[in-house]
Design a protein around this ligand. Structure first.
Ligand SMILES: C[S@@+](CC[C@H](N)C(=O)[O-])C[C@H]1O[C@@H](n2cnc3c(N)ncnc32)[C@H](O)[C@@H]1O
Length: 251
């Protein structure tokens, strides 16, 4: 299985340079993903390469014009947009999360439109019915890094990309919780130790400990995640035991 990402941008190389390393770099090399970089300026409205103009109503900055964006989009989808998911990276969009990454990983062709300057004339976004997606409530210079973030998160979910096929299912958010805290050598560092059970070699106990640590980590750092996640009674009991032990040690 492979996914084609068409990136429409004034700086498309920025997207590739962010991805051409490590796991995503290998995914490109092994054709798990295909990257089509489309330079919007190739669809400029005149020989001067114009792709933007001043905003109607006055004010700061420049706005990317409809025609260059629309024609760049048409150049990748042809006459049929039915099998394509088109996304406009925008701070006003739905905030990207793991559930959206999972849904995108089932697509064959994803078109990512990167704005620059003050963004894109809103009429073209409406016309092509692009989904607006944000990577968080802050303003980036352009949509390129946001596109790279989305491509990275989706690529990890494609079968064959991670060396261990199921690895992503154990990562934070996939089962609605954060991952447990991780430890590696040395056993003691700056007077901080590793939970003893992780060194025991007893896999069932390690798994149980990780489940408790996972729940604790989520309660402490992202409790909102628990709203949509059912937790086994047995795990709540283990957690209650753990919290009671901690309270006892502190007293
Ligand atoms: C400087 S921003 C434009 C900001 C816009 N004038 C506003 O105030 O909402 C230029 C482009 O960067 C991209 N961008 C900026 N922040 C983003 C975010 N948080 N998520 C996704 N894309 C973003 C969008 O494509 C946007 O069109």
């Amino acid at each position: 299985m492979s996914i084609m990402f068409s990136v429409l941008s004034l700086f498309p190389e920025q997207v590739l340079s962010a991805l051409d390393h490590s796991i995503t770099g290998r995914a490109i090399a092994h054709e798990h993903i295909e990257m089509a970089l489309v330079q919007i300026r190739d669809f400029a409205v005149n020989d001067y390469g114009q792709v933007d103009d001043a905003p109607y109503g006055g004010g700061r900055g420049m706005v990317m014009m409809c025609d260059p964006v629309y024609n760049a989009w048409r150049s990748v989808i042809g006459d049929d947009d039915t099998d394509v998911r088109t996304i406009y990276l925008s701070p006003a969009g739905k905030v990207f999360d793991q559930a959206m990454a999972l849904s995108l990983s089932e697509e064959q062709h994803i078109v990512l439109i990167c704005g620059h300057y003050e963004g894109v004339d809103t009429r073209v976004i409406e016309e092509i019915q692009a989904e607006e997606v944000s990577i968080g409530d802050f303003i980036l210079t352009g949509g390129e890094l946001a596109a790279a973030v989305i491509i990275d998160a989706v690529t990890r979910l494609i079968p064959g990309v991670l060396p261990d096929q199921e690895a992503w299912q154990l990562e934070s958010f996939s089962d609605g919780l954060l991952e447990w805290p991780q430890y590696t050598r040395p056993r003691a560092w700056h007077s901080r130790t590793v939970p003893g059970v992780l060194l025991s070699g007893h896999q069932a106990n390690i798994d149980r400990e990780r489940s408790v640590l996972q729940l604790l980590e989520t309660i402490r750092k992202k409790p909102a995640l628990l709203k949509s996640r059912k937790i086994d009674l047995e795990l709540w009991e283990l957690l209650a035991e753990r919290l009671a032990d901690e309270a006892f040690e502190e007293s």
